[in-house]
Design a protein around this ligand. Structure first.
Ligand SMILES: Cc1ncc(COP(=O)(O)O)c(C=O)c1O
Length: 429
């Protein structure tokens, strides 16, 4: 277990955006003569040069399978151990509680099948209306075994989770609560620690989807006390991979569907087939980038975990300013409706991920049309449901194109927000 972070040293109050942007070569691109503005972080973030280097260096030098009695294979084993240690620092757990997989969805299906082995009629699982489908459908699949799925509803007016409804649906039959840390569609942050506590009070497991929260806030699985937490490194400046944290006792107790020659050791018994080694090499580089960002603002950070804590303090401050600017600006465009939290006193409960729609769709401004017009001007936004389909159906926007999503991360600049607002006004006028 890594030591707990300390934040007693003063942290420089602002993010060094010039340093940050210099790390990401792709940010310098242009589209039709316009500077590219990457507002598509929720779909996947850009990567710093060191991630690109780590991937290509692995392929150039160490490309091998694991467990062989020769140099490149041993280097691969060492590289995997390093990446596990890096992710353990990122999530605040032990290295053997880290499982690598192709993506969050695949890992969640693996875990739902293993957990479902012991479930049947009379057992219940609680999912939420706010979640990405990857934390819903793998649990719904257990209906085949007679498991009852219950749904926690949302407050439609601000797209926050109705925690009272969630609590009311827990009972002695609840075996697992599947909860998102933050919504990839409307940006809502859920009170995860409280929900984990509630789940445990009924003897249920807590399975947290932190994919959307990962780039925005510090994750501390020890503090959350969750049983499982999943995230995807491509959402926080790393390669296309998924990572699962599981408490060691669960990773040892549950029975994975695995092939016989694969070791039964934790965590490898959950890692099926040959992993994407080059991308795992990139994961260490991405965690080290975040830690270096922390050290850049707080050189006193003594451990990698402390540096990660420092990084998220400055990331949060920067993103918060951008979010205020974006929401204030969007609120002044009468033809735009924002979904999710807009009350500044509640901004602590949202990420800088904005779902909007043009008020009058008859003018041809569907989310796809807006995203296309913005794309032509160099603004990379997303349209549709982004797999948060239970939410778009519930809000009755699914059939008419879902939302336009504007997603900010720490490498975005206030100037990009201002240009986006201007472009939106022009498009809608
Ligand atoms: C909140 C959330 N959960 C889960 C996923 C699925 O992640 P992956 O692509 O790693 O399967 C996504 C992907 O967009 C997401 O945003």
């Amino acid at each position: 277990m890594t030591t707990m972070p300390t934040t007693e040293h003063a942290v420089t109050p602002t993010l060094d955006l010039t340093w940050v942007r210099s790390q990401f070569p792709s940010l310098a691109q242009t589209v039709n003569g316009h500077p590219a503005a990457f507002l598509d972080g929720p779909g996947g973030t850009q990567v710093p040069q060191r991630v690109i280097d780590a991937i290509s260096n692995y392929l150039r030098r160490d490309n091998a399978n694991t467990g062989g009695a020769y140099a490149t294979s041993r280097n691969t084993d060492a590289m995997l151990a390093e990446a596990r240690a890096a992710m353990a620092d990122f999530l605040n757990c032990a290295a053997d509680e880290i499982v690598f997989g192709p993506n969050m969805t695949t890992l969640t299906y693996a875990m739902s099948r293993a957990i479902g082995r012991d479930l049947g009629p009379g057992d219940e699982i609680l999912v939420t209306r706010l979640d990405h489908d990857a934390n819903v459908t793998p649990w719904l699949a257990l209906e085949e075994k007679g498991v009852t799925i219950r749904w926690a509803e949302i407050h439609k007016e601000d797209c926050t989770l109705d925690v009272e409804d969630l609590a009311a649906k827990l009972n002695s039959k609840t075996r697992l609560v599947a909860i998102g840390y933050a919504s990839n569609a409307v940006g809502t942050i859920n009170p995860v620690k409280e929900i984990v506590r509630l789940a445990h009070s009924y003897g249920a497991l807590a399975y947290v989807d932190a994919v959307h929260y990962g780039p925005h806030g510090l994750i501390d699985v020890a503090d959350l006390d969750c049983d499982f937490l999943v995230c995807s490194t491509y959402k926080f400046f790393g390669p296309h991979m998924g990572v699962l944290f599981g408490k060691r006792e669960h990773l040892a107790r549950l029975r994975p569907y695995k092939v016989r020659p694969l070791t039964d050791a934790v965590p490898n018994r959950w890692e099926w087939g040959t992993l994407n080694h080059e991308c795992i090499a990139g994961i260490t580089a991405c965690v080290n980038y975040i830690a270096d960002l922390g050290r850049h603002t707080n050189p006193q950070a003594a451990t990698r975990r402390a540096a990660i804590v420092a990084a998220f303090e400055v990331i949060h401050r920067h993103e918060y300013g951008l979010m205020q600017r974006l929401i204030t600006g969007l609120s002044k465009i009468p033809k735009i409706k924002i979904y999710g939290i807009t009350d500044p006193s509640c901004f602590a409960w949202r990420c800088p991920t904005l779902a909007v729609r043009a008020v009058n769709q008859n003018e041809g401004n569907t989310p796809l049309a807006l995203a296309t017009k913005l794309g032509d001007r160099g603004f990379f936004t997303w349209d549709g449901n982004y797999y948060a389909q239970n939410l778009t159906e519930h809000l009755d926007v699914e059939k008419s194109g879902g939302f336009l999503r504007i997603g900010l991360v720490h490498y975005n600049a206030a100037e990009e927000v201002d240009r986006l607002l201007l472009a939106l006004k022009q498009i809608l006028s």
